[in-house]
Design a protein around this ligand. Structure first.
Ligand code: PLP
Length: 396
């Protein structure tokens, strides 16, 4: 197995008639089966180090054009297969895999930022991302402004002369606001401000942020890409080679590299990503629609519902809807939320999402928030009618 050339045509994943479709790319792209005994499943190259055939070959160490693998923290063939597939599926030029979503997020930010820089971040982002910005990056002289807005103007108003990067999620965590990503990237690019988007919710199956003008795409691959609740991992995808160099260097030195077996599990997860996303979408919409028509429910935050404020934008930017959304009960007492959660039989109580199993939690409310108490549901791969019945019965 040789190192993949990084000149692989990124192309587009199934958007043009002459392009292989998303599922075909998940099955075949980047595979070199002849190089591994014709095995249909790729080998797991479970090694820390690689040996060189000669001292002269070792002398080429560090040369980007060397055909030799060196050390798994810096690169590994199993991980490289995953990275090649994700670069292609996200329509990027390169991808880097990490030991967790947070490993990907922190490497991307540290690779792009320096002391004195300023970041504008969507207020309802994944909470640990916010903790990292507030508790770590601010200690290194990076300023942060949070924006609680869905339109481009709100973000543009927060820009400062030293703003280097705008950090987005769309839909956002918790409340599932849809941001006008193309309007924002069109305004930011001419100012030299990088746009980074956490695409864990949509997965590359339903949204490609690079095509919407973003500079970097982040994933918690723990969620839909893995899909089986058995691996923790993260991904960064981009196009610009200078940014790649900096994020790759950060990755090597900070060391949150993905284990080859975990990379193999993610390649395996990708085989069924499109099938799984279709099922998550069907069940998520069915449960959300039932909730929206239920007298005990105050509000449902699902971008696929006509009633959602961002529905029209979602229809333009997304190719489908994931199985994760939130809702509020009419009875806003903590007892009502707990009674609902305890009455669920198929939905288990637990964090994370994106796996085969349905999960529910009460969302932590930000300090000082006077918003409604939200319950978050992840609709897994169980039979749709069973999930709808489970939620309906828990509301009684
Ligand atoms: C879970 C999650 C992360 C963090 O990923 P880990 O793999 O848990 O480190 C980042 N962003 C979003 C939106 C998430 O849901």
């Amino acid at each position: 197995m040789s190192k993949p050339a990084d000149t692989d045509d990124p192309g587009t994943a199934g958007s043009r008639p002459d392009e292989p479709g998303f599922e075909t790319l998940c099955t075949h792209f980047g595979e070199d089966r002849a190089a591994s005994f014709g095995a249909a499943a790729p080998p797991i190259v479970q090694t820390s180090t690689f040996v060189y055939p000669t001292a002269e070959a070792f002398g080429q160490r560090g040369d980007p054009d060397t055909p030799f693998w060196d050390y798994t923290r810096v690169g590994n063939p199993t991980t490289a297969l995953l990275e090649a597939k994700l670069a292609r599926l996200e329509r990027g030029e390169w991808a880097l895999a990490f030991a967790s979503g947070m490993g990907a997020i922190t490497a991307a930010l540290q690779g792009c930022l320096a002391s004195g820089d300023h970041v504008v971040c969507v207020a309802s982002c994944y909470a640990p991302t916010r903790w990292y910005l507030d508790e770590v990056l601010t200690r290194f002289g990076v300023g942060v402004t949070y924006v609680d807005s869905v339109d481009a103007e709100g973000f543009l108003a927060a820009l400062q002369p030293r703003t280097r990067l705008v950090y987005l999620e769309s839909p956002t965590s918790g409340v599932f606001h849809v941001l006008d990503v193309p309007a924002l990237t069109a305004a930011l690019a001419p100012r030299g401000v990088l746009t980074v988007l956490d695409n864990s919710w949509a997965s590359p199956c339903f949204q490609n942020p690079l095509e919407l003008g973003c500079d970097l795409v982040l994933h918690s691959a723990t969620k839909y890409i893995g899909g089986h609740s058995d691996v923790v991992a993260g991904i960064v995808v981009g196009r610009d080679r200078e940014i790649e160099r900096r994020v790759r260097r950060q990755a090597e030195l900070a060391g949150a590299c993905l284990d080859p077996f975990a990379a193999w599990l993610l390649v395996r997860g990708l085989r069924t990503l499109a099938l799984r996303m279709a099922q998550h979408q069907t069940s998520g919409l069915a449960v959300a629609r039932m909730l929206a028509g239920h007298p005990g429910v105050l509000a449902v935050h699902h971008p696929g519902l006509d009633s959602h404020a961002g529905h029209e934008l979602a229809r333009r930017q997304l190719r489908g809807y994931a199985g994760l959304f939130s809702f509020a009960l009419v009875d806003q007492s903590p007892e009502a939320a707990r009674r609902f959660l305890n009455r669920l039989r198929l939905f288990s109580i637990g964090v994370s999402w994106g796996g085969h199993e349905s999960l529910a939690i009460e969302m932590p409310r930000p300090a000082g928030s006077d918003g409604a108490r939200l319950i978050r549901l992840h609709c897994g791969l169980e039979t749709t009618s069973d999930l709808v019945a489970d939620v309906r019965e828990a509301l009684l």
